[in-house]
Design a protein around this ligand. Sequence first.
Ligand SMILES: [Zn+2]
Length: 414
Amino acid sequence: MRAITGVTLIDGTGAEPMRDAALVIGDDGRIAEVGAFKRLPRGAEVIDGGGRTLMPGLIDVHVHFYSNTKTMQERALTPPTLATFEAAANARETLDAGVTTVRDAGGTPAGFKLAAERGLIAAPRMRVAVTALSQTGGHGDATMPSGVRMSRGDGPEWPENLCDGPDEVRKTVRSVLRAGADFIKLHATGGVMSPSDEPGSPQFTPEEIAVMVYEATAHGKTCMAHAQATAGIRNAVRAGVESIEHGIFLDDEVIAEMRQRGTFLVPTLHAPRGVLLRAKEHPGSVLPQSLRKTHEVIDTHVESIRAAYEAGVRIAMGTDAGVGKHGTNAQELEYLTQIGMTPMEAIVASTKTAAECVHMAKEVGTLEPGKWADLLLVDGDPLADITVLQQRERLLLIMQGGRVHRAHEDLGCA
Ligand SMILES: [Zn+2]
């Protein structure tokens, strides 16, 4: 048994922080007790929190571990095995940033999740979409105008993702589920990073999306949609897609419908800023049309997310890391405060609500008895300054399932 004492505890539910609190972790790696203890369980190893902030590990519901800020040439010269080791480095980087759970929104096979679960690599807990369904010429069609296709691999772990018409769509969903997907990801509109489409165009017909939702539901799974412009977002929401990723052009009508249905919105405000940074630091890694599209949407994106927030849409934190840099996930919380969230609301979006979005609310997301001890000890007050979460040296302890991933030496724990 372990106890972390003398902390200001933010439990992730949105409740007021508890001063001088303690948290007890059982030998099973789960939280045994939380509260203001006078007497700790006998024999418990005590970690003195020294008045610092204890909070749940962050949850990023939209990352791509197999994506990097690489040029076309670098990608073409990367064999799949090397890509897997690079993805493992990205996963470790993400965990080092205090993100203890992720949903990978496409590109990462289920075997990678198994490697993380078996402790072969240091990585956040994972849910994976495996690949993202796309119509021909859609956002997920990596065929370049030359005819070269920048796909990540093929074989059983990477099912073909291009499909057109209800029958092909049905078969594709079934093969993606066979490959171990936890969520069905689809592209309901064009996007910024693709060579041959625009964010404004809807992709897949309502009928095709309905087939995906039917097949996913039949397997006890749900759908998440890359959806940037209004018409495509509306198609996805009405068909029963559970989370809308990006949501760049939301209107009042679709916002009202999302609110009424309880659809999640995953803003990924990090992504367009990541593209601009990439264009500066690593110019060849961004297609000219992607840079143009980023400039066209970046301001509207912020206003769209602000309107959804003000209307009360459920917002879960996701960065689209892989478009931007891995390990900078906590920047998204700062961006969420810029659209009007309080720091506490940004934390809840990155813990409790994010856990709900990835169907892991029984396991993680809040510091409550019975849940995994996935937590951060932060040197600073994120409610006063949300950017402290971006500073690695302030994350004194990162724990996952009661196991120390990283601890500052002064804490005296291993
Ligand atoms: Zn993405």
